[in-house]
Design a protein around this ligand. Structure first.
Ligand code: AHR
Length: 511
């Protein structure tokens, strides 16, 4: 042990959390603002392919490492009729989108989304309208997407050009049904009954679907806790996952912001406790896992202060937040929190994908660019694969107004057996000072640091813009050192890092 190192991370291959589910690296596309129109789809753009999909966006989605995409909302979902978005485009109606006070042209719908998923190599996660929608609508869309044999809705799909079914596995039973802003918002009892009915019906079609019931749209909701308890009490045996949503923002308090992933840690652990208490009461052997299917940094209070739109515009600019270095460090930390809970968080979707609170931005005449938050996501998705090790942290603390004393260092250690490497993701939440870090990888004779990535900047508010898209990017210089089974590093203030360390093959015991 080196006495000069105040902060320590220790992991051991014998103590494992769980295998990481690749669906932890999901995203979210909602019909909202310029997320779809002008985002993933722009018919008359020089950057678009023959299907009207922005090819530059498709390329960045692949680089981002997105594995599953939730669609079509969001709040939009609760007033949406999927039938408006299929069939010949010239017959598709304009509809009022009450959630975002916009005009929905329906030019892009279910079949376009499925085609886009094929081209971007992602799995679709479909969300069902349980606001204005009902069991019949859910069964009809399921038949349209998944039924192979001749039947009314499968025939319509074939007529629309797709003979083979899409076989969508994951279905969300509504969106944020606990929120009073949600069209068709319900009490936990009413929603629980509807979700159970829909789940039961869907399972009559295919018992192997993976169903997500709505949990709370935020930890601050007055109904948080009782909502989860009630809906799971009704639908426990019929669903596989419960959702939770979290958006964070700085609110002029950088210290608290940098430590805000502690809120996600708590939220996850609380939802796990509630799900498991329902399990115990029911003497059930089934485990409900978590789908964090909306999470990100969002300057929500700024958005809420804005005047509501007066017109019904098509694809207006909505919440196109520009992300800073500090935001990227927080996003990296939220990913660390998701990985730490890999035993229970099996799906997660960063909200959203393009333009609307998104890692990818577009303008009509410029190539798409990466926001700061793109980098921790893409590197975590690329290298955060394998088994999460139980990561012990000993750290100096910082005081935060919102969360009291918090560790200045946070991190998680992953063992990737196939690549014979250990990957460490960590952050320095200190706004002013460097922090030393000693990482001990017990039982792993270390060979070399293969790669180090650091995201930081002396200006923590620097952003990437259309005119300067590469202002913020990771630095890949290797400054850390190894000695036996330890890594020594100095982390700059407000920084996110990744270390990939090669371990000696066959030399370490246990696994
Ligand atoms: O992602 C933006 C909105 O945030 C979604 O439509 C809604 O589900 C959440 O409140």
């Amino acid at each position: 042990m080196n006495e000069k190192y105040l902060n320590r991370i220790v992991a051991n291959p014998s103590f494992q959390v769980d295998e990481i589910d690749s669906r932890l690296f999901g995203s979210f596309v909602e019909h909202m603002g310029r997320g779809v129109y002008g985002g993933i789809y722009e018919q008359d753009s020089k950057f678009s392919n023959q299907d009207g999909f922005r090819q530059d966006v498709l390329d960045l989605v692949k680089e981002l490492g997105v594995t599953i995409v939730r669609y079509p909302g969001g709040n939009f979902l609760s007033g949406y009729d999927w039938k408006d978005g299929v069939g010949p485009k010239n017959l598709r109606p304009n509809r009022l989108d009450l959630a975002w006070h916009s005009m929905e042209s329906n030019e892009f719908g279910l079949d376009e989304f499925m085609r886009w998923c094929e081209q971007s190599d992602v799995e679709p996660m479909m969300a069902l309208n349980l606001g204005t929608g009902n069991l019949r609508d859910a069964l009809e869309i399921l038949e349209y997407t998944n039924n192979a044999s001749e039947s009314l809705w499968a025939d319509l799909r074939a007529k629309n050009g797709k003979i083979r079914p899409y076989n969508v596995k994951v279905w969300c039973l509504g969106n944020e049904m606990d929120g009073p802003w949600q069209l068709g918002h319900k009490s936990a009892l009413d929603y629980g009954k509807l979700a159970a009915d829909v789940a039961r019906g869907m399972r009559q079609v295919d018992k192997n679907l993976e169903l997500v019931i709505c949990g709370s749209s935020g930890r601050g909701m007055a109904t948080f806790g009782t909502w989860e308890d009630e809906v799971l009490n009704i639908a426990y045996d019929l669903v596989d996952y419960i959702s939770l949503h979290i958006y964070v923002e700085e609110n002029d308090d950088l210290n608290s912001f940098l430590a805000c992933s502690s809120e996600l840690d708590k939220f996850i652990e609380e939802v796990v406790s509630i799900a498991d208490s329902v399990k115990s009461r029911k003497r059930s052997n089934k485990k409900i896992n978590l789908s964090v299917d909306e999470w990100n940094v969002w300057r929500l209070s700024e958005f809420q202060k804005k005047e509501a739109p007066k017109n019904w515009d098509k694809a207006p600019r909505l919440i196109e937040d520009e992300y800073t270095v500090a935001d990227a460090v927080v996003v990296g930390n939220l990913l660390i929190s998701l990985l730490r809970h890999a035993d229970r968080v099996k799906m997660a979707c960063m909200a959203q994908l393009v333009n609307v609170i998104a890692p990818i931005r577009t303008e009509k005449d410029s190539p798409a660019w990466r926001q700061t938050i793109f980098y921790p996501f893409s590197l975590t998705s690329k290298y955060g694969r394998g088994v999460v090790l139980d990561t012990k942290i000993q750290s100096a603390t910082i005081f935060t107004e919102k969360f009291g004393y918090q560790n200045v260092i946070d991190g998680v250690v992953i063992y990737n057996k196939d690549l014979q490497e250990v990957v460490i993701f960590c952050v320095n939440r200190d706004a002013c000072d460097n922090q030393n870090l000693e990482i001990t990888l017990e039982g792993f004779p270390l060979e070399a640091i293969i790669e180090q990535a650091t995201l930081s900047n002396t200006n923590v508010y620097l952003t990437n813009t259309v005119s300067n898209p590469l202002a913020v990017k990771p630095d890949f210089s290797i400054t850390a050192e190894i000695e036996e089974n330890r890594v020594y590093a100095t982390l700059s203030p407000v920084s996110w890092q990744m270390f990939r360390v090669k371990v000696k093959i066959g030399d370490f015991h246990g696994h």
